[in-house]
Design a protein around this ligand. Structure first.
Ligand code: SF4
Length: 381
C-alpha cells in the first residue's frame, strides 16, 4: 500500500542548524498553500502529473512532515485528510502522523487534531535540557515538551514519538543520557535519535565559533549512541532501524515504507515520491509551488524511471538500515538477483570484522556495524 506524505514548510522561527525545506510562517501564504496542496492531491487522484494508475490507489499511511505541520489549523488538517480519502483508497486501519513542535500545541488543539483523524504524534523535542535547546535556538524548553506530552495523552493519543538529537554542541555522554532518561520516564511509544549535522553555512556554525562550543570527539559520539541504545533496550524499547526504537507494534508504518522498498507519494513543495520504480520530486520553493498549482502547471520535476541496478542498490541500501536487515529471498523474488553472488566479495570483509551478519536468508548490520553503516552501504551505491 502507498504511503502519503504531506509537506508543511512553515515554521514560527528558523532554527540555527536547520537544513530542511521550510520558510517563516505567513498566514496568507499558508492559506494559499493549503488550497494548493488540496488541488495537488485531487490531481493525483485523477492521475495528475502524467502518472497513470495513481488515482484511487490503496494507501494506509498519511504523514504530515515539515517544517512545522502543527502550525496548520485542525480544520485544515481535516480537509487534507478528507481529500486524501476522496482521492485514494485509504485503509480503515490507517496510521496518520502529525509532526508537532511542543510550543505550538495546547490540549484543546491536540484534541481537535485527533478528532480530525490524526492518530499518531511526533514531537520535535530534540533535548530535555534547556541549555541545549537554547543553543539550538529552539522556541520551547524542556518543561513545555513535558507538558505537550501530557496534553497529548489527555487528548487521547496513545501513539507518540519523540525526536531527540545527539552530538549537540557542548553535549557530553552524561548530558545526552539525561535526555534519554527523561524520555524513558515519560514513556512515549516511539523514539527517533538523530545525530546533529552542522552544515557549513548553518548559523549554528558561527554561534559555535563565537561561543567556543564544540562537539564531542567521534569516539564519544559512538559511545553516546551505544549507551542510549542499551538504556532503551533495558526500558523495553525495540530497535528496528539504525535511529529508531519503538514499543512492540509501534514502529512507524509510514517510515517503514522508505526503508523496506515501499511506494509513497509526496505532496507539497520539495516532496519526493517513488512508485513502481518511478521517482520524482516537486519544485522546492513555496511560492513557486503555489503559483504552478494555481496555473495548472505540473509541480513534479526530475521524473525518471530508475534503472534496475539503481533500484536494487537503493532497496538494499535502505533495507540494511533495518534491524531485520535485507531479506535475501525476497530480493531474489523481486529483482531476480542473488545478493551474495553480486556483492559477496565486497561484503565479506564486513562480515569478518563483525559489522555484518549473514544467516541463511538475512543480511543485517550488527549494532557495531550500525556505527559504520555508511561504509557498509557504500557497497550498494
Ligand atoms: S522547527 Fe524544524 S523545520 Fe522548522 S526551522 Fe526548526 S528544525 Fe527547521
Amino acid at each position: 500500500m502507498l504511503g502519503l506524505y504531506i509537506h508543511v514548510p512553515f515554521c514560527s522561527a528558523i532554527c540555527n542548524y536547520c537544513n530542511f525545506n521550510r520558510g517563516l510562517f505567513d498566514a496568507a501564504l499558508k492559506e494559499r498553500y493549503v488550497e494548493a496542496l488540496i488541488a495537488e492531491i485531487r490531481g493525483a487522484g485523477g492521475a495528475g502529473n502524467g502518472l497513470q494508475g495513481v488515482g484511487n490507489a490503496p494507501a494506509d499511511t498519511i504523514f504530515f512532515g515539515g517544517g512545522t505541520p502543527s502550525l496548520l489549523e485542525p480544520a485544515e488538517i481535516r480537509r487534507i485528510i478528507e481529500t486524501c480519502e476522496d482521492s485514494f483508497a485509504v485503509a480503515g486501519a490507517r496510521e496518520v502522523t502529525l509532526e508537532a513542535n511542543p510550543e505550538s500545541v495546547t490540549e484543546q488543539r491536540l484534541a481537535a487534531y485527533r478528532s480530525a483523524g490524526v492518530n499518531r504524534l511526533s514531537f520535535g523535542v530534540q533535548s530535555f535540557r534547556d541549555d541545549e535547546l537554547k543553543r539550538l535556538t529552539r522556541l520551547h524548553g524542556a518543561a513545555r515538551a513535558r507538558a505537550a506530552f501530557h496534553e497529548a495523552r489527555n487528548a487521547g493519543f496513545d501513539n507518540i514519538s519523540f525526536d531527540l538529537m545527539m552530538w549537540l554542541p557542548a553535549q557530553g555522554l552524561a548530558e545526552w543520557l539525561e535526555s534519554i532518561d527523561a524520555a524513558i520516564a515519560l514513556g512515549p511509544e516511539h523514539l527517533s535519535l538523530y545525530l546533529l549535522e552542522v552544515y557549513p553555512n548553518a548559523p549554528l556554525k558561527d554561534d559555535m565559533a563565537r561561543s567556543r562550543w564544540s562537539q564531542a570527539p567521534d569516539e564519544d559520539a559512538a559511545a553516546m549512541y551505544l549507551a542510549a541504545m542499551e538504556r532503551l533496550d533495558a526500558a523495553g524499547y525495540m530497535q528496528y532501524e539504525i535511529s529508531n526504537v519503538a514499543r512492540p507494534g509501534r514502529s512507524s508504518r509510514h517510515n517503514l515504507k522508505y526503508w523496506s522498498d515501499g511506494d509513497w507519494i509526496g505532496f507539497g513543495c520539495g516532496a519526493h515520491s517513488t512508485r513502481d520504480g518511478i521517482r520524482w520530486k516537486n519544485v522546492a520553493g513555496i511560492e513557486d509551488y503555489v503559483d504552478r498549482i494555481g496555473r495548472g502547471h505540473p509541480v513534479a520535476t526530475d521524473l525518471r524511471r530508475l534503472p534496475a541496478a539503481e533500484r536494487l542498490g537503493d532497496a538494499l541500501f535502505m533495507m540494511l538500515r533495518l534491524t531485520d536487515g535485507v531479506n535475501l529471498d525476497e530480493i531474489r523474488r523481486r529483482y531476480g538477483v542473488d545478493v551474495w553472488q553480486v556483492y559477496g566479495p565486497d561484503l565479506e570483509p564486513f562480515v569478518q570484522n563483525g559489522c555484518l551478519m549473514r544467516d541463511c536468508d538475512r543480511l543485517r548490520l550488527t549494532r557495531r556495524g550500525m556505527l559504520l553503516a555508511n561504509e557498509v552501504m557504500s557497497v550498494f551505491v
